[in-house]
Design a protein around this ligand. Structure first.
Ligand code: 3UK
Length: 509
């Protein structure tokens, strides 16, 4: 929002203060065990903010949050921002080596983690490094939140375009990129998307299957409900059709946020539609929602599912369908406050009905990647941010997704690089060569498929598939494993020896 750019503005202060006069006793968050009012949230944020600064952590220091979704999460996230410390929200399912990279890359002063993740962190944190590990249990984090009578009353005197928090984004090659977001951006996504497209109000009960550590989940389950004084339901468990439908039913959820794979699983699980009767609207993002899934969901519940495209770099959704105007199978039109343009191979703005690369201008773009000037200059081109997506726009201004411009695939709404899956497969003793490509399942959703040249053919193929899957799951975030294997004698290659993945894709995509 232009009005808070360059002005004194603290995002945590804004999200809390707008509720403590209007809605002090309203429930802000509900998790598996407890609930918290806006007033108590406000007090706990200020208490945590006070106690964390007493740990010798100060404004502009970075602190990693690697926690399951529960009430401590918003307290920690907002408490750090309140005092000018920069939270970095990271995925709870990553392998240790990624945590090591992120701690080193960000020079984090502390990691705040769910207790069950301790074994992934202790081996990578050197005792001499002086990095504080704070566990989310009664002795550690809860005592910082609860056992203080002191509060940090005044928020850090930040500007709207100061950095408030980071998220990590992954690319097809190289390490994850710390994506730097400003104070003004959180509320910009609410004002432009949640209020306009979702018509969110204080009467909504929000539930996001996408966790808070994703930009998608952070908006859905923290910023949007707080921006209007609504209630957000947090679930620590893995989102399955059972856990998700139970929460929606039990908490009378009105606004539900999922990814296409979950909509497909929910439809497949043959759940009684009565469990969803409180829903007024559902949202899909992370990857394209095929038209047939949109139609099945609408026929199942009589509730719309709005597909919209967002990104970690833009923080939330910038092109979306709307309640009044839905084109099944398309992403829709730019959200209020955002502009889209398509740039063709000649570097020119494309015509209607021409496939070209999508760039976005809008109030919630990250400022840069941390310490990666080359990648920053490729993605952040002044006011325009490259998405890495190919799109087509029709004469009505509706945008339809046509695939990634790079090698990345989106699987269950999350990035997978074929190279990282190939590299993981190649470390298996029986694998000579591997190539991984996108393949569509029977819901028309993309999943990884591996073509493998084995060193010997001695092993039974069924066993080796399971073995390869377990091998990949041990090294990468588990959902990245190949869903199909094809054993071949050779892989198509260029004269210079590069695998021609497009040749493997043609039969399957
Ligand atoms: C793809 C989509 C087609 C597209 C995200 C909502 O997914 C989010 O962020 P990521 O950084 O990935 C960004 C990339 O994902 N994508 C996302 N949504 C769609 N493709 N249709 C869609 N509806 O390639 C994009 O560039 O993980 C989603 C809100 C915040 C987010 N960060």
């Amino acid at each position: 929002m232009a009005s808070i750019k360059n002005k004194k503005y603290n995002a945590a202060y804004d999200l809390l203060s707008r509720n403590i006069i209007k809605n002090p006793d309203k429930i802000a968050f509900i998790d598996n065990n407890e609930e918290i009012t806006y007033n108590d949230l406000y007090l706990k944020v200020k208490a945590f903010s006070y106690s964390i600064t007493n740990k010798n952590i100060h404004a502009n220091d970075r602190v990693i949050i690697c926690m399951d979704d529960n009430i401590s999460y918003p307290i920690v996230f907002l408490g750090l921002i309140w005092t000018g410390i920069i939270p970095i929200c990271i995925n709870t399912l990553l392998p240790s080596k990624d945590y090591k990279y992120m701690i080193e890359d960000s020079d984090a002063k502390a990691v705040i983690i769910s207790e069950h993740l301790i074994d992934k962190f202790t081996p990578i944190i050197d005792k001499n490094d002086d990095i504080l590990i704070i566990l989310n249990n009664n002795n550690d984090l809860k005592s910082l939140i609860n056992q203080t009578i002191e509060y940090k009353e005044t928020p850090y005197n930040s500007y709207g375009d100061d950095i408030a928090f980071w998220l990590y984004s992954s690319g097809s090659t190289g390490s994850p990129k710390g994506t730097l977001h400003m104070h003004k951006s959180l509320i910009a996504t609410s004002d432009n998307y949640a209020k306009t497209v979702l018509s969110i109000t204080e009467n909504d009960i929000c539930f996001s299957a996408a966790k808070l550590f994703f930009a998608y989940g952070l908006g859905n389950a923290l910023t949007f409900p707080m921006s209007v004084g609504a209630t957000s339901v947090l679930m620590a468990d893995r989102p399955t059709p059972e856990s998700v439908s139970n929460i929606i039913n039990k908490q009378s959820v009105t606004l539900f946020f999922g990814v296409p794979t979950l909509y497909a699983a929910l439809l497949n699980a043959q759940i009684n539609s009565d469990l969803f009767k409180s829903l007024r609207l559902s949202v899909s993002a992370g990857e394209a929602l095929p038209a047939n899934l949109y139609e099945k969901w609408y026929n199942f519940l009589g509730v719309q599912v709005l597909d919209g495209i967002g990104s970690t770099e833009m923080l939330h959704i910038f092109i979306s369908n709307t309640i009044e105007n839905i084109t099944p199978g398309a992403s829709g039109k730019p959200v209020q406050g955002y502009e889209a343009r398509l740039i063709n191979d000649d570097g020119k703005v494309a015509n209607d009905n021409e496939i070209a690369e999508l760039e976005i201008k809008g109030p919630s773009s990250a400022s840069s990647y941390w310490n990666k000037p080359e990648k920053t200059s490729i993605t952040f081109k002044g006011e325009w941010t490259k998405t890495g997506d190919k799109y087509i726009r029709d004469s009505n201004g509706v945008y339809t997704y046509c695939g990634r411009a790079d090698d990345m695939m989106k699987v269950s709404g999350q990035y997978v690089s074929p190279f990282e899956v190939e590299a993981a497969l190649q470390t298996h003793e029986e694998v000579l060569e591997a190539a991984v490509v996108a393949n569509r399942d029977n819901n028309n959703l993309i999943k990884p498929k591996a073509y493998i040249i084995l060193k010997t053919n001695s092993k039974k193929l069924e066993n080796i598939k399971l073995d390869l899957t377990n091998h990949v799951k041990k090294q990468l975030t588990p959902f990245k494993y190949p869903r199909w294997y094809e054993f071949v004698d050779e892989l198509p290659k260029t004269a210079t020896g590069k695998i021609q993945r497009f040749k493997l894709r043609t039969n399957n995509e």
